[in-house]
Design a protein around this ligand. Sequence first.
Ligand code: ZN
Length: 147
Amino acid sequence: MDLKDLYRDVILDHNRHPRNFGRLSEENRVAEGHNPLCGDRLTVSLRLDGERIADIRFEGKGCAISTASASLMTEAVKGKPRAEVQTLFQQVHALLTGGAAADAALGKLAALSGVREFPARVKCASLCWHTLNAALERGAAATVSTE
Ligand code: ZN
């Protein structure tokens, strides 16, 4: 199995069985994200404990890429401090938009690297990250659109 097949399998698996799907009952941050180009909509709710993301969930409806990306993101950021999440966000963004090679630090998020061959889908993959960012920076009830 080459790397491309492996990446595709990760995306398919996270689309079929999204991790951390639903809404947190004890959230203190929430944001909604919308990607009008594709029609993806998702809500990211999280509980920030000091500077650390203690728990996170997402829900919504979107294409396979947006759902898999959100699922992978929740796994990657859960339990992490904000500063580390910001670094991850920048690494994922670089991975999606060009140049950067998949870094070992990205773990399963590296599966998103195939998306950059389809520029129209980059917004699908990055929607959850922009939504998370809005929840962290603007707090209570933020809304973000990719357009
Ligand atoms: Zn999409």
